[in-house]
Design a protein around this ligand. Structure first.
Ligand code: ADP
Length: 231
């Protein structure tokens, strides 16, 4: 479960990126976080990952206060929350297998667990045959699937994605969304920031809209364009 409690963030230049934002996401939900560029979506994700520090408020991930975690505990946050980015962020000098295994090594999983878990998760994302390839030998959609495998390999209960389809064409984007749907159906909570409203509209999931650091809409029934057209 994700609980944002009155979170605010002002940058050093005085810009208020988030203004007293509160949001509850229940276990098993699939939530789109939408809003124009600069609305504050990435700031929320960076605060959840502890890449940024809050000014005020509280972020609870599965009832644990992330803001109180020490730096040294951050890798372990990944056991409960996997993260996927627009630009994949794969290690170019490691193979597909090694990229995914590395996420287990940083949380000190045993070699036995790694040998069991990595092939299984690569199978789930449909990349068993590409495990010895390097990222530059893969398509954008395949690279994103490696990054999803890496995010999921430690069995997190939450998957957070920041514009995961931002660098992909519509067909590949849709493949990624089908994979997210499967992951969600197996019980993982998903929070996905995007400005691809066609995807949002088609998926029919809960939509939270942010504008200038404020939540301005929370549409539990899903859909985006169609909802607006019905007004
Ligand atoms: P989004 O992900 O919705 O596009 P962001 O969360 O990245 O938006 O940014 C929210 C606002 O905060 C934007 O106006 C952005 O320019 C600003 N911002 C983001 N990072 C910084 C920073 N390090 N310093 C100053 N302003 C920033």
């Amino acid at each position: 479960m994700i609980q944002l409690r009155n979170i605010s963030k002002k940058f050093a230049n005085g810009h208020v990126a988030l203004n007293n934002v509160s949001l509850d996401i229940e276990n098993g939900e699939f939530v789109f976080l939408v809003g124009t560029s600069g609305a504050g979506k990435s700031t929320i994700i960076k605060l959840m990952m502890k890449e940024l520090e809050l000014d005020s408020g509280m972020i609870l991930i599965n009832d644990k206060d992330v803001t109180k975690l020490k730096r040294s505990q951050v890798p372990h946050l990944r056991r409960s929350m996997g993260v996927v980015f627009q630009d994949f962020r794969l290690l170019q000098d490691k193979t597909v297998y090694e990229n995914v295994a590395f996420a287990m090594e940083v949380v000190e999983a045993s070699q036995k667990e790694i040998r069991r878990q990595v092939p299984m998760i690569l199978g789930m994302v449909g990349l068993s045959k590409k495990s010895k390839q390097y990222p530059h030998q893969l398509s954008g959609g395949e690279q994103q699937r490696v990054s999803i495998a890496r995010a999921m390999v430690n069995g997190p209960s939450i998957l957070v994605a920041d514009e995961p389809t931002g660098n992909l064409d519509p067909e590949m984007s849709w493949e990624i969304m089908k994979l997210f749907n499967e992951i969600n159906q197996r019980g993982t909570t998903i929070l996905m920031a995007t400005h691809d409203l066609h995807i949002v509209d088609r998926m029919k999931k809960r939509v939270v809209e942010i504008s200038d650091g404020n939540i301005i809409r929370d549409e539990k029934r899903g859909g985006y364009f169609s909802e607006n057209q019905n007004r």
